[in-house]
Design a binder for this molecule. Structure first.
Ligand code: NAD
Ligand code: WQD
Length: 338
């Protein structure tokens, strides 16, 4: 199949490109490099020995996207193109709503005009909101999001679902990711956050490599086994392989299917720090600080549906995630910037 990855030069998109190419699919990437660089795709090509059709374009630009889709005629789209920083979305809600909603509408309109009927969407565990207790399963009603980023995901899910009600030939898979971490085993591609990382694993890696002095653990007094928050961390290569299964499922399906991509196994912040130190034999100095606004004590998935519907299950463990995150960080201390 030919798959168009909107936002495919980013962290999850570049890893998914490797998995798709490895399975013999063709890959087209459209990205405006708002949070990435073409270097990631260059490395994907080196790793796989295959070429990627790469377009620098804003996915909100309907004229450009339509031309690309008319030329490439993809069988399926994976929509990764989005802004994803939770704190920034509180400061810049309009930019977040404009970018995330508009990219989705543009892709749907271009699909309508070119006859492409399959779309896989990067959604998030954040749509379960604070009302749903973990483990979160796909049958739960969506909850109230605590920030504009989360609301964009919730709204985009609704838009895609409505589109599939109106067009019975449309096949939509909404993938709700939990906490992706890790990197490709080669250490050649990985997560490359701009500025101070918001997420735990890139922060831990930057402390370990000496770029930051110490990690602040946000809260040590939660009602959890060690007092720190529990999350469902998933290796990005497992996530990438989940996309390959979703794309293949999408081709034989109509309507909307919601699927969690997680491991179902919660780990605490201290589990991450301790495992990272142990498997990599490095020090991660840390202190326990105040709680971060909006954090929930425990968020993890019920991962059974993915196994049942997609035949996919995460294979890599926490040690693999910590080892591969470090392998990427130590080999690329400045990310894709040399
Ligand atoms: P990322 O920022 O590395 O990748 C997103 C890519 O989209 C970037 O390459 C960026 O340049 C591109 N992009 C953004 N707006 C664009 C536009 N208008 N036109 C063209 N390209 C555009 O993020 P990621 O971690 O790879 O996440 C991919 C998707 O998965 C995002 O939609 C994100 O919200 C979602 N998601 C991520 C996580 C996570 O923790 N990483 C969790 C749940 C969901
Ligand atoms: C994980 C844990 C923090 C940084 C976010 C988004 C979510 C999804 C994934 C996109 C929490 C703790 C973190 C630090 C810490 N993204 N932490 N010190 O908040 O679970 O989810 O990314 O959809 O929508 O909200 O991930 O990596 O920020 O935090 O103690 O410096 O690590 O409190 O318990 P989170 P995270």
């Amino acid at each position: 199949m030919k798959i168009l990855l909107a936002g495919g030069a980013g962290y999850i998109g570049s890893h998914t490109a490797v998995s798709l190419l490895g399975k013999g699919h063709e890959v087209v990437v459209v990205d405006n490099y708002d949070n990435s660089s073409p270097e990631s795709i260059k490395r994907v090509e080196q790793l796989t020995g295959k070429s990627v059709a790469l377009y620098e374009a804003d996915v909100k630009d309907k004229v450009r996207v339509l031309k690309i889709m008319q030329k490439e005629q993809p069988d399926c789209i994976i929509h990764f193109a989005g802004l994803k920083a939770v704190g920034e979305s509180v400061q810049q809600p309009i930019r977040y709503y404009r970018n995330n909603i508009d990219t989705t509408l543009t892709l749907l309109e271009c699909m309508e005009q070119t006859g492409c009927k399959e779309i896989v969407f990067s959604s998030s565990a954040t749509v379960y909101g604070s009302e749903n207790p973990s483990p979160c399963h796909e049958g739960m009603p969506k909850g109230s999001c605590t920030n504009p980023y989360g609301w964009t995901k919730s709204m985009m899910e609704q838009i895609l679902q409505d589109a599939s009600v109106a067009d019975k030939e449309l096949s939509v898979v909404l993938l709700r990711y939990f906490n992706p971490i890790g990197a490709h085993e080669s250490g050649r591609i990985g997560e490359d956050p701009q500025g101070i990382p918001n997420n735990l694993m890139p922060y831990v890696s930057q402390v370990a490599v000496g770029k930051r002095e110490k990690l602040t653990i946000f809260g040590g007094d939660y009602d959890t086994p060690d007092g720190t928050c529990l999350r469902d961390y998933i290796h990005v290569m497992d996530l990438a392989e989940g996309h390959v299964s979703a794309v293949e499922f999408c081709a034989h399906h109509h309507g909307t299917e919601i699927i969690n991509l997680g491991t179902g196994q919660p780990y605490s912040v201290l589990d991450i720090v301790n495992t990272f130190q142990k498997v990599n034999d490095v020090k991660v100095p840390y202190e326990i600080g105040p709680r971060r606004a909006g954090d929930l004590p425990a968020v993890y998935s019920d991962a059974h549906k993915a196994e049942r519907v997609l035949g996919w299950k995460a294979k890599r463990n926490l040690a693999d995630m910590c080892r591969d995150s470090w392998n990427w960080q130590k080999n690329n201390p400045n990310g894709y910037k040399r």
